[in-house]
Design a protein around this ligand. Structure first.
Ligand SMILES: [Zn+2]
Length: 1153
């Protein structure tokens, strides 16, 4: 307490010193001014008056800015007070008393990071005894492709007849039907044509014989079917589950893609499925089943573990890796996170050994044999065996031969594993649609099992099982995997997938990038809406009224959006590997959900921002607040709406969905350049007015861009007033437009100052307090960057390149990237038009090339966004033939063959560019960021959308922006990718200097790496922009006030993943009083300069006290739960204290009022 008082007193004293010195400074300037010759008393008086007016305006602005600084100081004091209470050692606190000095505009600011919080990222890596690290495996493997015989990508398997004499072979044949929620048909069409019949037949056919079993994974389909069946059928399903004949495997909404997905959406789809299962069936899945996602991420393993799962299965892994794991008998392992030091993330994982999950590749190594045991392919049917030996129906005459033939495959498969339990999946895409197929498979297999089981000399017990039946038996046989035989530990990921030859599935990291961006837009809207809605409901419980707030209607909109986002995480949706019309179906769902979520956000913000809640009145046809942008169609770019500004102030409510208070630039379109912007305290805010461009040199007369720095509390609302000023009180942007060194004239720019051109050979320079960017006057692209703190100029060169596809038979398509060779430089078919904008809030250079409009921007603010260059590309490659366009960044960094890409926005996976592999194999998913580093610097590219990225040379980072491919790549889609759209993608480019002498994780073998806190924060801001909402013109009378739900910002390393209102148990599907509070404590690297970063938060060793967190609300209940709420510690103590380990994601059931 003593410390915080000191802190406040010091801060306030400083504030006054600054104000007084600024006043004196102004006065001094004023003196200079009056020395200028002027004649006549009147003119002098008028001059003095206007000078006085000007001085008052500037003071007002300074007061506003200082008010923001004081707010920041207050936040920091609160943070600090909490840390002090937590018992921080006295020695460390000494550093922080310097804090307030650093908060002022120019001096460097060191953010308070507990040194203990830095230890996590620097702990040395130690490998476990029987452990495999995928980075090492990739180093070790030759990635050759020799012919392995019947098992083409493997090796010959032999066994001794007597191996099972003492311990018989246990065979679990697991029937499954893989139902894609959209691919060649839309979700609804598949349901109508196939899925509903599968499920209807399931009820009948499983009841015919209790020994029959099946597993199901896609709850999107199951719930749709459930809604359409009667109670009798529902009871029959419940019976099947009770008897263990039907198991829900994973139980997510879909079987998600693991490359392009963000962990927010992975959790959303899991929660949505699990909540449905719990509500309707009382089922708690414990085993994961992922046979089709194109490569596998440890993030999914972590999430399943946090959801309380014990086991999981994966299938699509590079054939060389499978072969290696098979040879080591390591196909079953404990998957451990790279950064896990105490084995707490281990989950038992089964990797399927062969090429596919279809029947020919699951019974054993020989597909020609296994295909004969897919009884759907019996002669006369619609499908047959490509190996030209058809199945035979099992009869008394052939059962002996057929059983022995199948057992031989089972035994061989078993030789690849450490236990004597063998798993044999039995199914394929959309299997078991017809009653006949159920009979064919189940009857014939039962005959085979009966034969095997009745011949003790075969030493086998074969049966139908569910996936958990298999894992239970495996755990029994291996003493939970740690007995004898024990199972190894594996860490790392399984990208990039190749199923044969050089067919690497790195194309889908970028395919249909328009929708990969739309996915993130929906995601950030969903999170923003969930949190604000939950806070609004809690506020209503507190104040005891809700007027006509549309709580149930909003909840339905939220549920719809959750499900549409969840559906899009499917491995043929976000991947961009569906048919054109299926893509349109997904796009329409995303688009409508975004519109609906805007209603939820606007309604919640309306409630929370109202000073007098009595005045709340919901009018569905005329909402109180309007979002400032409109997306006209599912495949179009959003457009800003032009706000009409009049003499009466119009309110702009700004919502900050980030975890920390923030100063970020907000841009809205207005109808006049004469705008006054006042903040909550009625103070004038500095504004930059820029042109709205109709084309490269034509300025709009109807609209102006209004940009200002908004200060908004964490998860809260600020209110700004916009009104028309009689005279120009804003600062106008300055422009110059160049082409081939010549200045182009700008049409309609009378309002704006057009700057005189520079010397044509000199680089174009834009700079702020932290960065200076040099841009080539001929290409209009970034060439050099200087960190002002460091003073050294670096080469950071941006260019665009083209990839074509190979001239060989197999070419690039939706899944595969098969380039014809290295990329060739992109050259614009017309000379670039370069538009330089300079202003007080931001400066930017926009370069228009054929196919690309590229913008690089700097913000003139003290917040974190002043630290980074913003890059936006609008790409249009329609009309091209078999081409992919990439942005390449070449730097001086000596990164050698190492680079880093994230996995699902959750963790960083170190990569090594491997010369032994083809170019396309060195591309990896970049769902949130990629970086390069050397001992002195780290260069990060933060991405607002998932795309494929690589570093093909030392110092180089490249990212594919769009791909247009004229042919199918033979993975079943049956078409190319020709539905390209004008696609906007956004990035932040961050150069960070290492502050210590050692390189972050200097050892090349260290399998983990972490972004800095600044990088985390910038990504948060990129992914979750401020949301401006305007009131109507006629609502000036309604008083609004800012809203700050949190006592202070969350610690720098804690992210509120979601605050998601749980559905009520009552009929009607409205909200309950409980919400799922999902928190993630991020891992971060402290090696980078933390001076002057603009961060205004501290770290607290993962400790959080929830009752103090939510300012005006009290915590009625806080119960720890598993990630998807299936397992709650209901009788555990309800404490308001939360403690998170680094990297941990935890869920709590929370009741606020
Ligand atoms: Zn699939």
């Amino acid at each position: 307490m003593r410390l915080s008082r000191q802190f406040t007193v010091f801060g306030s004293a400083l504030f006054f010193v600054v104000i007084i010195s600024l006043y004196l400074m102004l006065d001094h300037l004023q003196l200079d001014h009056t020395k200028n010759p002027s004649s006549g008393m009147d003119r002098l008086q008028t001059g003095q008056l206007s000078v006085l007016q000007d001085k008052i305006d500037r003071l007002e602005r300074l007061l506003a800015e200082n008010n923001e600084i004081i707010t920041n100081i207050r936040d920091s004091v609160i943070n600090l007070r909490e840390s002090v209470k937590d018992g921080r050692r006295a020695g460390e606190t000494g550093n922080f008393s310097q804090g307030p000095v650093e908060l002022l505009p120019s001096p460097p600011l060191v953010i308070p990071i507990d040194s203990e919080d830095c230890q996590f990222s620097t702990r040395p890596y130690s490998k476990t005894a029987d452990g495999q690290q995928m980075l090492d495996v990739n180093d070790l493997l030759a990635f050759d492709n020799p012919d392995g015989g019947v098992w083409k990508q493997g090796f010959e398997i032999t066994y001794d007849e007597h191996e099972w004499d003492t311990e018989p072979l246990q065979v679990f044949v697991v029937p499954h039907s893989h139902n894609d929620p959209g691919w060649l048909k839309t979700f609804d069409d598949y349901f109508r044509d196939q899925t509903q019949h599968i499920l209807n037949n399931m009820v009948v056919k499983l009841h015919e014989d209790r020994r029959r079993k099946i597993i199901w994974s896609e709850i999107s389909y199951f719930s749709k079917w459930w809604d359409n069946i009667d109670d009798q059928k529902r009871d029959a399903v419940k019976k099947l589950i009770e008897r263990g004949q039907l198991e829900m495997a994973t139980g997510g909404w879909v079987m998600p893609d693991e490359a392009n997905t963000h962990y927010f959406a992975l959790i959303d789809q899991l929660l949505e499925g699990h909540q449905w299962l719990e509500r309707h069936l009382g089922v708690k899945p414990k085993t994961g089943w992922a046979v089709d996602p194109f490569g596998h991420s440890p993030t999914q393993a972590y999430l399943l573990k946090q959801a309380g799962f014990s086991n999981m299965l994966i299938q699509r892994v590079h054939y060389s890796v499978k072969k290696h794991f098979a040879a080591q008998k390591s196909l079953e392992f404990f998957w451990r996170q790279n950064w896990d030091h105490d084995a707490s993330t281990d989950i038992l994982c089964h990797m399927m050994p062969f090429y596919s999950y279809d029947v020919p590749h699951t019974c054993g190594p020989d597909p020609k044999v296994c295909c004969q045991f897919d009884f759907k392919r019996l002669p006369g049917g619609r499908v047959s065996c490509p190996w030209r030996v058809p199945p035979q129906a099992i009869t008394d005459n052939n059962v002996q031969d057929r059983a022995r033939m199948l057992l031989d495959q089972y035994r061989k498969k078993s030789k690849l594993f450490r236990s004597k339990v063998v798993l044999v999946p039995l199914g394929d895409d959309f299997r078991y649609t017809e009653a006949l197929e159920w009979d064919q498979q189940f009857q014939n297999y039962q005959k085979l099992f009966d034969y095997m089981n009745s011949h003790p000399e075969l030493h086998v017990k074969a049966q139908f099982g569910t996936i958990s039946d298999y894992f239970d038996a495996l755990r029994k046989a291996t003493g939970d995997g740690i007995g004898s035989p024990s199972l190894p530990v594996v860490s790392g990921d399984f990208f990039t997938y190749a199923d044969r030859d050089d067919h690497y599935w790195s194309g889908y990291y970028t395919s249909r990038p328009f929708y990969k961006r739309l996915d993130r837009i929906l995601e950030s809207h969903l999170r923003a809406a969930e949190i604000l809605y939950s806070l609004a409901l809690a506020n209503m419980r507190k104040v005891g009224k809700s007027n006509n707030f549309p709580a149930t209607e909003c909840y339905k909109l939220l549920t719809g959006a959750r499900r549409n986002l969840a559906l899009f995480q499917h491995h043929d949706a976000i991947t961009g590997t569906g048919k054109d019309w299926v893509v349109v179906d997904y796009g329409t769902r995303l688009f409508h959900s975004i519109l609906n979520l805007k209603r939820v956000i606007v309604n919640s913000a309306h409630w929370l921002a109202l000073k007098d809640k009595q005045m709340f009145n919901h009018d569905a046809s005329n909402l109180f607040l309007q979002m400032d942008d409109v997306q006209p169609a599912q495949d179009a770019q959003p457009r800003k709406t032009v706000l009409k500004i009049g003499l009466n102030p119009r309110s702009l409510v700004i919502y900050n969905p980030a975890d920390q208070a923030r100063s970020s630039v907000v841009t809205v379109y207005v109808n006049t350049p004469h705008v006054r912007v006042l903040n909550t305290y009625g103070q004038l805010v500095r504004v930059q007015v820029s042109a709205v461009w109709e084309d490269t040199t034509q300025v709009s007369k109807e609209a102006y861009q209004l940009s200002f720095v908004a200060q908004v509390p964490a998860l809260g609302l600020s209110v700004y007033q916009l009104s028309e000023g009689a005279e120009l009180q804003t600062e106008l942007s300055q422009y110059v437009v160049l082409q081939q060194g010549n200045e182009l004239s700008i049409k309609g720019a009378e309002d704006f100052h057009v700057a005189k051109s520079q010397v044509e050979t000199e680089p174009i320079i834009i700079e702020n307090a932290h960065l200076q960017l040099k841009i080539s006057p001929s290409t209009g692209l970034l060439e050099r960057l200087r960190l002002k703190e460091d003073g050294v100029e670096q080469q950071i060169k941006v260019e665009f390149v083209w990839y074509g596809t190979t001239s060989k038979k197999d070419k690039s398509g939706a899944y595969l990237f098969l380039p014809g060779g290295e990329a060739t430089p992109f050259s614009s078919s017309r000379p670039p038009v370069i538009r330089v904008t300079k202003g007080s809030v931001f400066s930017e250079v926009t370069t228009t090339l054929s196919h690309i409009t590229h913008t690089v921007r700097l913000y003139h603010i003290q917040g974190v966004e002043g630290q980074v260059a913003e890059i936006c590309n609008s790409v249009d490659i329609r009309g091209e033939f078999n081409r992919e366009i990439a942005m390449r960044i070449t730097s001086d960094l000596n990164s050698k063959d190492r680079f880093f890409t994230d996995l699902n926005g959750f963790q960083i996976q170190p990569r090594r560019t491997m010369a032994k592999l083809p170019l396309q194999a060195n591309f990896y998913p970049m769902s949130s960021m990629a970086y390069l580093q050397d001992p002195s610097f780290r260069l990060s590219l933060l991405s607002a959308q998932s795309l494929g990225a690589s570093s093909l040379r030392s110092g180089q980072l490249e990212v594919i922006l769009d791909r247009r491919l004229n042919q199918d790549d033979n993975r079943g889609l049956g078409q190319g990718v020709l539905d390209n759209k004008v696609t906007a993608n956004a990035f932040r480019l961050l150069l960070e200097k290492t502050s210590s002498t050692e390189e972050p994780q200097a050892e090349a073998s260290t399998p983990y790496s972490f972004p800095s806190l600044l990088s985390h924060m910038l990504y948060m801001h990129l992914n979750h922009p401020l949301i401006p909402m305007a009131t109507g013109l006629d609502t000036a009378e309604v008083p609004l006030s800012p809203y700050a739900p949190l006592e202070s910002s969350l610690p720098c390393d804690v992210h509120l993943v979601n605050l998601r209102t749980i559905q009520s148990k009552d009929e009607g599907g409205g909200p309950s009083e409980e919400a799922a509070l999902i928190l993630h404590r991020k891992g971060f690297d402290c090696h980078f300069s933390s001076r002057n970063t603009g961060l205004l938060c501290s770290t607290t060793r993962g400790k959080l006290s929830v009752d103090k967190l939510f300012g005006g609300l009290s915590v009625r209940k806080l119960t720890p739960a598993s990630l998807s709420l299936l397992h709650s510690q209901e009788n555990g103590q309800s404490s308001s204290q939360i403690s998170l380990k680094p990297m941990e994601i935890s869920t709590y059931r929370l009741e606020l009022s």
